[in-house]
Structure formats: structure tokens, C-alpha cells
Design a protein around this ligand. Structure first.
Ligand code: ZN
Ligand code: ZN
Length: 368
């Protein structure tokens, strides 16, 4: 077992080094300087720093890696458990197919087909009707890491909130300007926003959008030596830079955990696009999708108090909530917000809704 995030990279580098060392020994036995090898009792490729040998050639049962902090327990890979998905209502269906991963691995994947319609909680509301409505009439909006209730007074106060007197997202009678029709849903949320859709609370209602999707997730995660940065969408990604998928993962109810909303483009049109209290909203490209985990979708509580499991990332590693049963975040997360334990294998913890980003990178291969 090992915990360091960069250990696999070290492992492959070690293999390379050992090949060079063996080659050097073959050429000039007399000047062989030897290499330090570490015992790998649990045969997981990670060696015990406390037990080593110096040798020109790799002794059986030894590796060059020395990052295993418990060499009695092998690094365990946990497979995706398809029975955790909510398939009874027909909104999610799962089959097994052959697939090729981003690193070239030929393997088996679960093909998850989803209507993007949660069966475990309601959708909405997003935009309140009037500037006197309470928080139950609207959803949530994020700014600078904070999450705000989009109630009537929040809409009425936008000019102060953004320190820009041009904001006025309501009619003189107090009605909030918001998308209510299918046409507004389809045309109103566009990077090149038309004047008529400015100063509006952007929302699409469930009756206006019917968009499902099909997703492939490797049944057995394949860990990579380096992390892959995930895509943020065409308006945010840098041209020429390679990114992983836009979708971060799938909740057990079949709803996508998605890439960040481009808040700057939304604000430039004097719009806001709230999520509901579950962290989701609808657009006409993706249907209903989450920008954060608010604890509303189905979760698998953990007997040891670890944060609850909430779905799977597209690389087959499990997704867990940000906080454990005591409200604490793990302290040993790697740059992809992941870590390893024996019970759960390698897994990610999602970042909070206020971050406008669930996960920034993967350590596993995915289906391109
Ligand atoms: Zn969105
Ligand atoms: Zn964890």
C-alpha cells in the first residue's frame, strides 16, 4: 500500500533507471556501482523504505520505489459497482461494453444511459418571481467562493452586490425578469447575448428541455503516472492545451457532475444562472446537471464516518462528498482532490459548490 500521489511516476522512472543500470553492468562489470532496491512484499510495485539491498541487477521481490508505508497490504483497485445507480424508474440504464481508454488500454466499460432526470429529489426552483419572495422561491448563486440564496431581495440588490448601477433584473412592479418560455431557454443563454435577454435571471424549466446522454466509465480504474487537467469548456480552455473530459462524473441518479459555469460570460450579459438547492440547473445543451454536491442526491453513507459516496468520476474512481460525518475535509488530498484508503481504494472528494469546480484533474484513464 502507498499514499504518495506521484509514486506510480517514480515507479516507472525506477523501471527505466533499472534498465539503464542493467545495461551498464553488462557493458562494464568492473565499474558497476549498484543500485538500492527496496523490498516489495505485497507486490504492488511500491517498496518498503526500511528494507533495502544494493545490487547491479534487480533482486527478486525488490523494486526501486521506496514509498510504501505499509508493505503488507497491496494497493487495492476497486471496481465500479453498477448496482449503486438508481435504475428502477428507467431514468438510468447500464450495460457492459468493450472500450478503449485514453492511455490505450483495451478494457470493459459500463455504458450508462441517463435521461438526466433525478428520481431522488425535485428540480428547481431557480429564479424567484418577485423581489419580495423568500429563499424557498429561488435557488443559489455563487460569487468569490461564497454561496448566496437567490431570493427576491438578492435580485433587488444586484447593483449593490456587483457595485455596478446598471444592474436591474426586475420590472417596476417588482416582477423578476426571468426566462419562462422554451424560446428564452434556447436563445437567452448564449456567449453572444442579445439585448432582449440582458438583465434576466437565466433558467430553463424541465418542461422545456429533454436531453439525455450516454457515458462510458471503465469498470476497473487504470491509474496513470501523471494527472490530466480536466476541460472547463470552450470559452475557458486555452487553445492548444490537451484536456480530459468536460463532465466530472455521474451521480447515482444519472445526473452529470459538470465543468464550471462560465460565470464571467453570464455576468457580462447582466444575467445570473442560479442552481437549485441540489446544486443543479438545466440548459438546452446538457439538460439538468450539477455544479456542486449539496447533499440532495442519493449518497452511500460510510460506517467509519468517512464522507458519503455520491457517484463515480469518468475515470472509474469513486466520488465522495467534501466533508465527513463530523464536517471535516480530509487533510491528505492530492492535487486532484484524491487519496487512498484500503476500504475505498483511490477516490476523489468533490470541492464545494462555491468553488464552481468539482474536480480539476484525474489520475485515471477515461474514455475519450
Ligand atoms: Zn450549468
Ligand atoms: Zn476519502
Amino acid at each position: 500500500m502507498k499514499f504518495q500521489l506521484n509514486s506510480p511516476r517514480k515507479f516507472y522512472f525506477a523501471l527505466l533507471l533499472s534498465a539503464i543500470t542493467i545495461y551498464a553492468c553488462d557493458k562494464e562489470d568492473s565499474v558497476c556501482e549498484g543500485t538500492t532496491w527496496y523490498q516489495d512484499l505485497d507486490e504492488d510495485g511500491f517498496g518498503n523504505p526500511a528494507i533495502s539491498l544494493d545490487s547491479c541487477i534487480q533482486p527478486a521481490g525488490y523494486v526501486q520505489d521506496n514509498t510504501d508505508d505499509d508493505d503488507t497490504i497491496p494497493y487495492i483497485v476497486h471496481e465500479v459497482n453498477p448496482s449503486l445507480f438508481l435504475t428502477d424508474a428507467g431514468n438510468v440504464s447500464i450495460s457492459t461494453v468493450s472500450c478503449t481508454l485514453s492511455d490505450g488500454t483495451e478494457t470493459q466499460c459500463y455504458q450508462i444511459t441517463s435521461t438526466h432526470t433525478p428520481t431522488d429529489h425535485q428540480m428547481g426552483p431557480w429564479c424567484p418571481e418577485t423581489i419580495t419572495d423568500g429563499p424557498e422561491a429561488g435557488g443559489l448563486w455563487t460569487d468569490n467562493g461564497e454561496v448566496y440564496d437567490v431570493d427576491g431581495p438578492f435580485i433587488a440588490n444586484l447593483a449593490t452586490f456587483y457595485d455596478d448601477a446598471n444592474w436591474k433584473m426586475y420590472e417596476d412592479d417588482g416582477t423578476v425578469r426571468r426566462f419562462l418560455t422554451q424560446e428564452q431557454c434556447e436563445r437567452g443563454a448564449d456567449p453572444n447575448i442579445e439585448d432582449e435577454f440582458m438583465q434576466m435571471c437565466a433558467q430553463c424549466l424541465p418542461e422545456h428541455v429533454d436531453i439525455g446522454g450516454t457515458y462510458l466509465i471503465p469498470i476497473r480504474p487504470v491509474r496513470q503516472s501523471t494527472a490530466t487537467q480536466l476541460g472547463d469548456g470552450p470559452t475557458i480552455d486555452q487553445p492548444g492545451v490537451e484536456y480530459g473530459p468536460l463532465v466530472r462524473g455521474i451521480a447515482f441518479n444519472g445526473v452529470r457532475f459538470d465543468h464550471p459555469a462560465d460565470i464571467n460570460i453570464i455576468l457580462s450579459g447582466y444575467q445570473i444562472a442560479p442552481v437549485d438547492d441540489a446544486g443543479g440547473h438545466i440548459n438546452n445543451r446538457l439538460g439538468y446537471h450539477y455544479h456542486g454536491d449539496q447533499g440532495e442526491s442519493t449518497r452511500i453513507e460510510q460506517a467509519d464516518g468517512h464522507a458519503a459516496m455520491i457517484g463515480y468520476a469518468m475515470d472509474g474512481h469513486a466520488l465522495y462528498a467534501q466533508l465527513d460525518a463530523n464536517g471535516n475535509e480530509p487533510t491528505d488530498l492530492d492535487p486532484c482532490n484524491g487519496h487512498y484508503d484500503e476500504l475505498r481504494g483511490y477516490h476523489y472528494h468533490v470541492m464545494p459548490l462555491g468553488n464552481n469546480e468539482l474536480l480539476e484533474c484525474y489520475y485515471g484513464a477515461w474514455v475519450e
